[in-house]
Design a protein around this ligand. Structure first.
Ligand SMILES: NC(=O)C1=CN([C@@H]2O[C@H](COP(=O)(O)OP(=O)(O)OC[C@H]3O[C@@H](n4cnc5c(N)ncnc54)[C@H](O)[C@@H]3O)[C@@H](O)[C@H]2O)[C@@H](O)CC1
Ligand SMILES: [K+]
Length: 568
């Protein structure tokens, strides 16, 4: 899986490399600039040719001259330094380049200053304000090198206006201006994926500090992607994301990345990739699917018990149960209130069915061979639900360690504790997985909800929640974050070429809960955190495989195809 580095980790890596004498900051900046230029021509090969009046694009632009033109917008830090390298390289390829700088050249950091001075010795540099940008000739390409990982506060209105002025589509009949962002579209926080909304002065044109960022068509980042490329607004703003190698070390970073949970201070992207290379699916996530590796009795693959709601509310539980069975649990039992027995009996075959009156009767149906529970979907917010949750969480290790059942708590199993989350956390344990969506998360961890957590990233919020609950937490979303107590975290992004918009459908979360329970049910399953990662990946893979028109039931039925597709 790919390591995601925070701004601080990226800086530390760069500093260590420079201090070791392996490379200079100036050399890194040169490689960064080269990487962006290479990525531009890889993305838009047509830009490598001079603009010609013979082409449709050239005719539309009514070209006065055939030279391609770039507008390079530079900021006050090393991101701006990259911009001056890119300006020089494009000019060397025959481009006309207009450069703009926000801030005082004398205050640029040394490497950026060196590249600015080298450029400014032969070329004019204008102040980065909207009026100057608007006056400049229309470019083929805008390079946004204003702020990168060094962004510390909202983008000032004058810079925001200047950034917007560059791409305001002045002539609607002209071909689009391509926009490349260096490290990130300026204003995007790469630790959080958020565009900071300021509480600062009111600008007459923009109102309060603008919370907009000009979207890029292509974003080129260095060494490793950052969490903000995948979290929150990141994917919508970055366009296509390219990561370029600038020769920083860090091979050791992926130590132990397969089969073990991430280090406490690390975040990784859940994907079948190791050290930058694709992994065969049968190795990951295939190796975590016990049934694919070991023959055995149905009990060897675990027994999952899923709780269903009352009359007319059983669909969620049934979908979770079927998903658990499909993904490999040896047997699955749905338990429901007696009144709902007939309804469920009409809908189930391979999934077994038992009626249970209340928590005190749970022992009648769930013996110590039960290896996993799913509790919450469709159950309703009630004292009855709380009672079942407590009685399930109280069942700890049987005679064999692996019989220590995994408990997946979702939906009403979580919301039932909104009034007193602490009374849930007294019971949650290391074999427990909470799978809230944003609303359920806010109910259990109000101080960690987006509206209250301030500058804290979603990843750090889920880490704090996992510490508090003492168990694995998966916070659902297009940017799904998984964290465990102690700090290790993963991000699963249904974004870029893994976008899965059809997954935003009722019941999809119930299927995910079932997948987690089904995958972890076997005594041969891997570490629980890794299994949760695999479930999140398979869930999105099934959605992508089915495609448009997906509803939750389809996820489970698509799973065999996905499993075959990864080589099982
Ligand atoms: N760290 C690394 O390993 C490398 C970094 N490189 C480039 O350097 C960048 C990081 O450089 P820096 O750390 O200098 O950071 P930036 O260039 O992103 O920005 C820092 C500067 O912007 C100012 N600033 C931040 N937010 C502001 C705001 N809202 N309004 C006005 N000013 C604001 C800061 O005071 C500082 O002067 C990366 O994004 C990347 O483009 C590359 O050259 C290659 C290697
Ligand atoms: K930028």
């Amino acid at each position: 899986m790919t390591e995601l580095l925070t701004a601080a980790q990226m800086r530390a890596l760069e500093r260590a490399e420079i201090e070791s004498g392996a490379v200079t900051g100036l050399a890194l900046m040169e490689r960064a600039g080269q990487g962006v230029v290479d990525a531009i021509f890889a993305q838009w090969p047509e830009l490598a040719a001079p603009l010609s009046a013979d082409t449709e694009e050239g005719a539309a632009a009514d070209v006065a001259q055939s030279r391609r033109r770039a507008m390079v917008l530079c900021g006050p830090g090393n991101n701006g330094g990259d911009g001056f390298v890119i300006a020089r390289m494009l000019k060397a390829r025959g481009w006309a380049v207009d450069t703009f700088l926000y801030g005082d050249p004398a205050r640029l950091p040394p490497d950026a200053r060196a590249n600015h001075d080298r450029w400014a010795a032969e070329n004019p540099v204008s102040l980065l304000v909207a009026a100057n940008v608007q006056r400049a000739p229309r470019p083929d390409l805008i390079v946004d090198a204003v702020f990168g990982i060094g962004l510390t506060r909202p983008v000032p209105p004058e810079v925001d206006k200047a950034l917007a002025a560059g791409g305001d589509g002045r002539a609607a009949n002209l071909p689009a201006i391509r926009r490349v962002a260096v490290d990130c579209p300026s204003g995007l926080n790469l630790d959080t994926g958020m565009v900071q909304r300021g509480g600062g002065p009111v600008d007459p044109d923009f109102g309060r500090w603008p919370a907009t960022v000009s979207m890029a068509d292509l974003t080129v980042t260095f060494h490793s992607p950052k969490p903000g490329h995948y979290l929150g607004q990141g994917p919508a703003l970055c366009g296509v994301l390219k990561v370029v190698d600038i020769g920083l070390g860090g091979d050791a970073l992926e130590r132990g990345m397969i089969g073990v949970p991430p280090d406490a201070d690390r975040v990784r992207l859940v994907e079948p990739v190791h050290m930058g290379r694709p992994l065969p699916g049968r190795i990951w996530p295939g190796a975590l699917i016990a049934k694919a590796r070991h023959a055995g009795h149905k009990y060897d693959h675990g027994h999952v018990v899923v709780f269903a709601g009352g009359v007319g509310r059983g669909g969620a539980g049934r979908m979770a149960a079927r998903a658990a069975l499909r993904v490999g649990a040896g047997l699955v039992t749905l338990v429901c209130p007696p009144a709902a027995l007939q309804e469920n009996a009409c809908r189930l075959d391979a999934v077994m069915l038992r009626a249970v009156r209340g928590p005190e009767h749970l022992g009648d149906v769930a013996d110590d061979r039960v290896t996993g529970f799913v509790i919450g979907p469709g159950m309703g917010v009630s004292e009855r639900t709380r009672g079942f949750v407590r009685s399930v969480l109280a069942r700890r290790a049987g005679d064999r360690d692996w019989r220590d059942p995994v408990v997946v708590l979702d939906a009403d199993g979580l919301s039932s504790f909104a009034a007193d989350p602490k009374s849930l956390f007294e019971w949650t344990h290391a074999r427990c997985v909470l799978t809230p969506h944003d609303g359920e998360f806010a109910r259990l961890f109000p101080d960690l909800a987006p509206s209250r957590r301030g500058a804290m990233s979603k990843i750090d919020a889920v880490r704090a929640a996992a510490d508090r609950a003492g168990c694995v937490i998966l916070l659902k979303g297009a940017d799904t974050v998984i964290a465990r107590p102690g700090g290790g975290a993963s991000l699963h992004a249904a974004a870029y070429d893994r976008a899965a918009p059809w997954l935003a459908t009722a019941g999809a979360g119930d299927v995910l809960a079932g997948l987690i329970a089904g995958l972890s049910a076997s005594g041969l399953a891997g570490d629980l955190f890794n299994v949760v990662e695999a479930a999140a990946w398979l869930h999105v893979e099934a959605a992508r495989s089915f495609g448009p028109g997906l509803i939750a039931e389809d996820l489970t039925e698509e799973l065999p195809k996905v499993l075959r597709g990864i080589g099982l």
